[in-house]
Design a protein around this ligand. Structure first.
Ligand SMILES: NC(=O)c1ccc[n+]([C@@H]2O[C@H](COP(=O)([O-])OP(=O)(O)OC[C@H]3O[C@@H](n4cnc5c(N)ncnc54)[C@H](OP(=O)(O)O)[C@@H]3O)[C@@H](O)[C@H]2O)c1
Length: 217
């Protein structure tokens, strides 16, 4: 059973991904940091792995990841300010990439952000920093030599997913349900090695997820 390590496993995308991977016959290992998240992750079919991205060393994280086939990074500061954004979305991603290398994991999927998100609104320093940190994180992963795919979703919603998306190298900005982001990530887990070393912009759309991702092979 393929093992998939999810950094940000207790997050809103991470939980959906764990459930979908489990339904597909994978074994998700979900990194979490709050005791009350443990039982829910187990109920979703995940193996809960306790750890905090800030205090774990690269070697500690590699030990937790060892034996997995793919790593997915969907952690984020969630609007907690620049310092936390820099520590999680920035330094945290770099730590996870290095840990994957130490653990011998080649496949690495990153939930990034849509570069045109909210560009027509008043610019706030925190948001500009968030976009900058995400872009630098993308560049770090691209330079890592890993078998990467970067997914840049538009604004995430809690709508029930329709399993239909628009996914391509460059598309107009829009929204996308978290359910469908998770479906795309699960598809990419299974699409190794034919969808690799690419960046995918993602919004809601009309194409079934499997077809939308197959087009990018
Ligand atoms: N919101 C949007 O519209 C939008 C758009 C495009 C992309 N994104 C990106 O999509 C990703 C996932 O979104 P989401 O809705 O799933 O976010 P979320 O629910 O906030 O999930 C992020 C997860 O990261 C975890 N995390 C934060 N600090 C951590 C630490 N020190 N150690 C371990 N885990 C830590 C959080 O843990 P806790 O549960 O313990 O807090 C949380 O579970 C984020 O990276 C975000 O930047 C968001």
């Amino acid at each position: 059973m393929p093992k998939i390590f999810i950094v940000g496993g207790a997050g809103k995308v991470g939980r959906r991904l764990a459930q979908q991977l489990s339904e597909r016959g994978h074994e998700p290992l979900s990194l979490y940091r709050k005791a009350e998240q443990r039982d829910e992750l187990t109920a979703l079919g995940a193996t809960p792995i306790e750890g905090d991205l800030i205090s774990l060393s690269v070697e500690d994280l590699a030990d937790l990841m060892r034996g997995c086939d793919t790593a997915v990074f969907s952690a984020g500061a969630g609007g907690a300010g620049m310092e936390v954004t820099n520590a999680i979305d920035g330094a945290g991603l770099e730590k996870a990439v290095e840990a994957a290398k130490v653990a011998g994991i080649q496949r690495f999927l990153l939930v990034s952000v849509f570069p045109d998100a909210l560009r027509d609104q008043e610019r706030k320093d925190d948001f500009e920093n968030y976009i900058k940190v995400k872009k630098l994180a993308d560049a770090y992963l691209v330079a890592s030599g890993l078998d990467y795919v970067i997914v840049r979703p538009g604004t995430l919603t809690e709508e029930t997913g329709r399993g239909r998306v628009r996914a391509d190298l460059a598309i107009p900005y829009g929204e996308v349900p978290r359910d469908d982001v998770a479906a795309v990530l699960a598809e990419l887990v299974d699409r190794r090695p034919d969808v690799t070393r690419t960046i995918i912009e993602l919004t809601e759309g009309e194409m079934p997820v499997s077809d939308a991702i197959a087009r990018l092979a």
